[in-house]
Each structure stands twice: as structure tokens, then as C-alpha cells.
Design a protein around this ligand. Sequence first.
Ligand SMILES: [Zn+2]
Length: 58
Amino acid sequence: MPTCRGCKEEVDALVAVTVEGKKVKLCEDCADRAREEGEVARESESVIQGMMGFKGRR
Ligand SMILES: [Zn+2]
């Protein structure tokens, strides 16, 4: 199970977001929060991978 970098919880799928120029993988909740805080660009590619059950090797 991948672990969210934001809340340290294990989640089924992480969302890759860019925060202040850095890519981070967060769970949906943390990604939403990060987006609300701004400067975040959700990467649609990663979202699709998440929906397909992509586990993310990095
Ligand atoms: Zn989280």
C-alpha cells in the first residue's frame, strides 16, 4: 500500500500533485487540501493511473 506524504496514512491510490514546484504524492484528501491552498496542478495522467489501480513504484 502506498503511503500518503501528507497524513502518513496508507491509501489505495495516491494523487501526484505539484506543490511549490515539487512533485508529491498525496491521498485524495490531502490533494484537495493542497489544491485549496493553491499553487497545485493536478496531473490528470496520475489520476487516470490511480483509477486503473496503478500502484506507483516510486
Ligand atoms: Zn493524506
